[in-house]
Design a protein around this ligand. Sequence first.
Ligand code: ZN
Ligand code: ZN
Length: 276
Amino acid sequence: MQRSRVDLHIHSTASDGVLTPEEVVSLALEQDLAAIALTDHDTLSGIAAAQAAAAGSEMEVIPGVEVNSEGAWGDLHFLGFYIDPNTPLLQQQLGAMRLARVERARRMVQELAKLDMPLDWEDVQRLAAGQSIGRPHIARALLERGYVSSTDEAFIRYIGRNGPAYAPRLRLTPPEVIEAIHAAGGAAVLAHPFHSGIQIEDIVRFISYGLQGLEVYYPNHSPEDVQILLDLCGRYDLIATGGSDFHAPWGKEGAPLGSVYVPAECVEQLRQAAGQ
Ligand SMILES: [Zn+2]
Ligand SMILES: [Zn+2]
């Protein structure tokens, strides 16, 4: 069977996925995918292992990344494709973001102590289980201690955006993210555009910053969502990407690996956009 499907949005244990980069590659080979992009959050550390695991097969592993950005719209994610993993600037920026994430979690634990809900930092680390530490782990630590009756309650009462123990996150702005992806040799794409309160005019502004594509095909996109994004791609000459946002074979965000895909031509468009 000819491999033709490409899944351009996949996470591994290098960030918050549950399969190692090698396990992701063997699952993708089982699914007969022509190519995958490993797009872990704020890190390039899984790429070498994934590429090594795919060496000698007919499947390409595109070096990618998913970078968080802040804006008036809330959480925005950008995908970078054909990133050079050895680029010092992007590595430095991602490293600073990871450090800031730990500092932010510590700050929230301090604020919770002031609210008479002391937590052991070791417990929060244990719950993170080697993943980048964040609010879900603090919420689970609060639940374990019996301070809340659900992790939802932890967010609503304490660590959500308007909660008394909330600490903001250090993030790059959209033009900074796009510039960092370009500086690392990559093509910049806006991930799951409808997850934030972003407006069409914001997307158009991002194009002036150098945005090259939109993630059109995504697990929860309705046919109308897809049409709106395809129209934008046509009007502004953007690449229409897509992927599963795979995190785990069951029970986590995203869809099964390979279940949301684009044709192999998309890979060639990204390669050209990245100037490779
Ligand atoms: Zn995302
Ligand atoms: Zn993702």
